[in-house]
Design a protein around this ligand. Structure first.
Ligand code: K1U
Ligand code: ZN
Length: 167
């Protein structure tokens, strides 16, 4: 297994649209293992392949307290949504920035697991927020794009300052 480098906003690679995975093979399972190690080490509760510069439709989520409930979604599709809720979000690609985003409250999602088997899952609360946040990454969207232009400008300034100070 290996720790992968997480791409930081506003890197243009975060805006690429990820491609469907045609075959769930050992290469994909190796990527899942590396992404899981990277997500838990960060630490994070989700990670999309886009964030580690792999532009395939694969996301991982683990919102459990014990960090032992890894959920793998390959080619995830949101089939249904209902309600609306506000939740504070963070992003490993936008370190140190947290803000409130409004999204559908409950979702039904269909995907393949790491064996290539299809499954459906109903999610609400943090799990639903996290799945939607990660699918946005696959579509080239970062959560700050839900915020006002003024907030986005402030976040960009802060991120650029952090990057300068890290040099
Ligand atoms: O996509 C990502 O960058 C991961 C992101 C997922 C996420 C968090 C909160 C709301 C929506 C999506 C993170 O994991 S940020 C880190 C974080 O929230 C966290 C880290 C450790 C423990 C608890 C939360
Ligand atoms: Zn994110």
């Amino acid at each position: 297994m290996a720790l992968l480098k997480i791409v930081h906003y506003p890197d243009p690679r975060l805006y690429k649209v990820a491609q469907p995975i045609a075959t769930v093979d050992d290469n994909i399972r190796a990527l899942i293992a590396d992404m899981a190690e990277t997500m838990y080490a960060a630490p994070g509760i989700g990670l999309a392949a886009t964030q580690v510069d792999r532009h395939v439709r694969l996301i991982l989520v683990d919102t459990s307290e014990s960090k032992n409930d890894l959920k793998v979604f390959i080619n995830p599709e949101i089939l249904e949504t209902s309600g609306q809720s506000e939740h504070e979000e963070g992003c490993l690609s936008v370190p140190g920035i947290y803000d409130t985003v409004t999204r559908p409250e409950r979702i039904r999602v269909r995907a393949l697991n790491s064996l290539g088997q299809a499954f459906e899952l109903e999610a609400d609360d943090l799990l639903a927020v996290c799945i939607q946040h990660e699918i946005d990454h696959l579509n080239g969207k970062v959560f700050v794009e839900y915020l006002s232009r003024l907030k986005q400008e402030r976040i960009l300034k802060k991120i650029k300052k952090q990057a300068r100070e890290a040099m």
